[in-house]
Design a binder for this molecule. Sequence first.
Ligand code: EPU
Length: 432
Amino acid sequence: MAKFQEKKEEITEKYIINGGTHLSGKVKVSGSKNATLPIVASTVMHPARYLLRNIPEIKDVFHMLEIVVKLGGKVEQVKPNTYLIDTRKIKSYTPSKKLVRNIRASILFIGSLLARFGKANIAQPGGCFIGSRPLNTHFKALRDLGVRIINKGDYYAISVKDLTKEKSIILSEMSVTATAIILMLASLGKKIEIRLAAAEPHIEDLCKFLSKMGLKLKGCGTHNITVFGQQKLKKYIEHTIIPDQIEAGTFAIAAAVSRAEVEILDFVAAHNDILLAKFTEMGVNYEVKSKNRLLVKRSTLLKACDIRTDVYPGFPTDLQAPMAVLLTQAHGNSEIHETMFEGRLNYIKELKKMGADVIVRDPHHAIVSGPTPLFGTTITSFDLRAGATLIIAALIAEGQSIIRDIHLIDRGYEKIDEKLTKLGANIKRVEV
Ligand code: EPU
């Protein structure tokens, strides 16, 4: 049985972190979660064999692989982080409702199932702690392309007849998942232009993967992508997933905040321009050693700086919470403006328990005043990125911190505790 299918009893675990240890050494960034999720979904588009390298072995990816298996596909772990996916025998266009409800990214299968069968029956996807994330953008774009969506109560029956006319659609916002779904579906069309498409590195990686499958695409990595579908697609495709932009940023922030000397391998500097610009503004001492390596050195005085989240290449919402810990150690007042998710400042309650001086003005605005020493206590992780944030805070806190609900961190960070231990952190995973 493959590792991703092992049915471990759901054990509740927590982290115990003794703060104040000196971090140093090298850490390697894993493959991108948000590139892997749509790429795994897109293997269902077309019956073929796919060899995917640099797959992060995390819960969200395992969920997506399990959906492929339940649809009738085969998934084999060739070696750690390398998977062979065979989708030639898939006949079903109804992904397991239970699995779909576990993970919001399962809506990505709408694109690949429509591309393959013209139909998809998909349950309402999983809930989310970071705010309401409606499917309006996704459904409007699908309807603009002539897709029928019928709400059947506990699932959507989605179908499309033909996409042979050339079309141009405008997304109502630059949604990552909506762009990925339309990219897959557009393989059915003659020529489909997606305006206001997402331009995140993980969407660019999906485009690269689709072009390896044989699709012709223009404008990848921009907000205007054209897909020339109806190409003959290949039977065997190999692809290496790009490094994770957010994990790279998380380690860079952890190193900066703990005044460490850490080299981050597979840190793609070009994906993190805005983070490095903010580091410069704050006085973080770093050096871009090559296009894939960042050295974070010991900084002396950190200055306050304002953060406003935005779509790529703006400041990523997924790094807003980790960055707040760095701001607690900077001199002066920093303003955080979270533009996307109304639940993404929830972690501040936990940081305040640790001694952070933060005023939350409303669900989208907060002011951090610093520097303030942090103290270890018992804190709870509300979502994946909030969990990573609390780990970073615990690394510099005086005394012991206990972080509960760490299963949320396991959804998106591969072996974060092992990686930090190698850098010298005192972090233990224990059963509750
Ligand atoms: N939104 C805007 N303006 C925009 C784009 C989005 O306000 O220009 C708002 C909308 O309200 C929208 C919401 O943000 O409903 C979500 O946007 P999007 O559809 O782009 O998000 P997503 O596709 O559901 C992906 C990532 C998230 C990441 C967001 C934003 C995947 C599987 N998920 O979600 O990742 O936060 O984009 O970059 O790619 C995570 O990794 O922790 C995570 C939540």
